[in-house]
Write a protein that binds this ligand. Structure first.
Ligand code: COA
Length: 178
């Protein structure tokens, strides 16, 4: 499974990539902004995550991709659908990108590929995004993709011991496919 954008490539992670993925996701600018990061990743915990992700990908319970720079073929991020309910044609998207690549169009490129995959290949009707309130950059970038704000869920998450509000964003099939 490999999907190509103009600047990026999306494919399933490999066990051999556990070390680099753990290192990148542990960086504070990533770990503080993503819900799935609860404690410091080790190579062992990352391998476990990859094994689970590949199994769940196979069963169509999730979609988990690594994002590669199309030119260098290096890992620059990750993205996917952590929640995937095909019966409801519904998914919740998540993503991260190495800081050196922020603000250069890589995000819009791979997110477009992921959303196309969700709406066109998986035939989803709706894709949501949940963003911590302090993550202004992510809130702005998801709006740029076309998501609509749908409200704030108060103290929906405990991050590093502190309750955080989550902003909900949603994108309907009819808004994406025109
Ligand atoms: C979220 C993420 C993938 C977005 O990638 P990106 O390359 O930064 O996104 P974009 O460049 O498309 O958009 C960022 C926008 O936020 C703006 N921005 C940057 N810092 C900002 C700030 N402190 N406050 C408000 N807006 C800000 C940028 O100016 C840009 O908008 P513009 O293009 O209109 O100028 C990336 O920042 C990331 O990996 N963050 C850490 C992990 C994360 O937050 N994941 C998502 C969890 S919901």
């Amino acid at each position: 499974m490999m999907l190509k954008g103009k600047k990026t490539i999306l494919r399933y992670p490999k066990l051999s990539e556990a070390k680099i993925l753990a290192k990148e996701v542990n960086k504070i600018e990533i770990s503080s902004n993503i819900a799935v990061h609860r404690k410091k990743n080790t190579v062992k915990s990352e391998k476990k995550w990859i094994r689970t992700a590949l199994k769940q990908n196979r069963k169509k319970q999730t979609v988990s991709f690594v994002v590669l720079d199309k030119t260098t073929k290096q890992i620059i991020g990750g993205c996917g659908f952590n929640t995937l309910r095909l019966k409801d044609k519904y998914a919740i998207a998540g993503w991260w990108l190495k800081k050196e690549y922020w603000g250069q169009g890589y995000f819009q490129d791979f997110a477009t590929v992921l959303l196309d995959y969700g709406f066109k290949k998986l035939k989803l009707n709706k894709i949501d995004g949940h963003v911590f309130d302090y993550n202004l950059r992510s809130r702005k970038s998801i709006i740029k993709l076309g998501f609509k704000p749908e409200g704030v869920v108060r103290q929906n998450f405990i991050k590093n011991g502190v309750p955080v509000n989550e902003y909900l964003f949603g994108l309907l099939r009819k808004e994406w496919i025109r």
